[in-house]
Design a protein around this ligand. Structure first.
Ligand code: SAH
Ligand code: SF4
Length: 353
């Protein structure tokens, strides 16, 4: 049965037709299949991008995004799901809408996994599958490390969701002990590090965690991860006009990352309401990329997807910052998530672990 639950992501126990009817109704009465109370989906990019707002049990909302890339030549079609690891975020990067919202709570393993299961159900009618998962929604995954690792283990387990580990990307703003934990575990996930600046004072401003774990320590921890797993580390660099996009910034970045098994991804900043900052113009981004490439660092520029539906980190939730009071949630699910976990097998819907 666990196999059917993972592979077919049914919407209810009643849909598990291979089970006797009496067992189905008993399961329906006693257990819950989904920790997300309500999911609202909005399309953009002519249906290539969809953004979901998920309502949680306690009235908080989180978001996830589906980005579909059609097949091109010999490149197969992909469906990447961007998921949240926390409701809000405590790190407080000033260019990030989630950072502006503040921190509410860690998500449970089941709440993380259920975002992916909900997109798997969404894709089922067209025969498509989720091919990649990125922890780039709300929250800092490595400040919720154990639950994120339990979710990633379930999603990469061939007997459960069954996605290859390298198709799962964990993005961190630089939590050194969390990166060390990934290294110690040794699973070959893709690690993305949000760098955004190489100069210490600028990175202190853009990624306040830099006060605690400075960029050189983060790069050293990521390099150790790369050596242990053989995986190239991705460095994310949000390009903010006039803030971190000069030739000097590029040269400092090249010096910091020189000799690493790394790939740099330049991301034009998505404008957010609470800052006057704007994305760097494309010629400046290209000039920045050229300096990195000349230093031997493979560098790509990411096209922003879903901007018109506010698919930048945290923006949809920010629109609904006035979260409904817990009492206003229509029907609180009553049954305890752990019971589901015990009945359905490892990690399936473990609530507050
Ligand atoms: N907390 C983790 C993962 C979630 S943020 C992290 O910071 O890595 C995912 C990515 O979105 C990060 O690289 C982050 O810097 C980027 N991001 C946040 N706000 C953005 C914005 N306004 N425009 C472009 N990228 C943004
Ligand atoms: Fe948190 Fe990442 Fe946003 Fe920074 S960029 S506030 S770490 S979610």
């Amino acid at each position: 049965m666990a196999d059917q639950l993972w592979r077919r992501t049914p919407e209810s126990f009643a849909a598990l037709r291979t089970l006797p009817a009496s067992l189905r109704s008993e399961l329906e009465r006693s257990f819950r299949l989904d920790t997300l109370v309500e999911t609202t989906v909005r399309p953009a990019d002519e249906g290539l991008t969809h953004k979901a707002l998920h309502l949680l049990d306690d009235g908080r909302s989180i978001e996830s995004v589906l980005m579909r890339y059609p097949a091109r030549g010999s490149v197969c079609a992909r469906a990447t799901v961007c998921i949240s690891s926390q409701a809000g975020c405590a790190v407080g990067c000033p260019f990030c809408a989630t950072g502006e919202l503040g921190f509410w709570r860690d998500l449970t393993t089941a709440e993380i996994v259920d975002q992916v299961r909900s997109w798997a159900s969404f894709l089922r009618p067209t025969g498509e599958r989720v091919t990649n998962i990125v922890f780039m929604g709300m929250g800092e995954p490595l400040l919720n490390t154990e639950r994120v690792l339990a979710a990633a283990a379930a999603l990469s387990d061939p007997r459960r969701f069954g996605l290859g580990a390298r198709h799962i990307t964990i993005s961190t703003s630089g939590v050194v002990p969390g990166i060390e934990r990934l290294t110690e575990q040794g699973t070959r996930y893709t690690l993305a590090v949000s760098l955004h600046a190489a100069r210490p004072a600028l990175r202190d401003l853009l990624v306040p965690l830099n006060h605690r774990w400075p960029a050189h320590a983060v790069v050293a921890a990521a390099a150790a991860y790369g050596r242990a797993t053989g995986r190239r580390v991705t460095y994310e660099y949000v390009m903010i006009s006039g803030i971190n996009d000069t030739a000097d910034d590029a040269a400092e970045t090249a010096r910091l990352l020189g000799g690493q098994l790394a790939h740099v991804n330049l991301i034009p900043m998505n404008p957010v309401a609470h800052t006057p900052w704007l994305p760097s113009p494309s010629d400046r981004i290209e000039a920045f990329a050229a300096i990195l490439r000349a230093a031997g660092l493979p560098t790509t520029v990411r096209r922003n997807r879903g901007i018109e539906i506010g698919a930048a980190c945290g923006q949809l939730a920010a629109e609904r910052a006035e979260q409904p009071a817990p009492a206003a949630v229509a029907r609180r699910r009553e049954l305890i998530v752990e019971r589901t976990s015990a009945a359905l097998g490892r990690g399936m819907a473990q609530g507050g672990s």
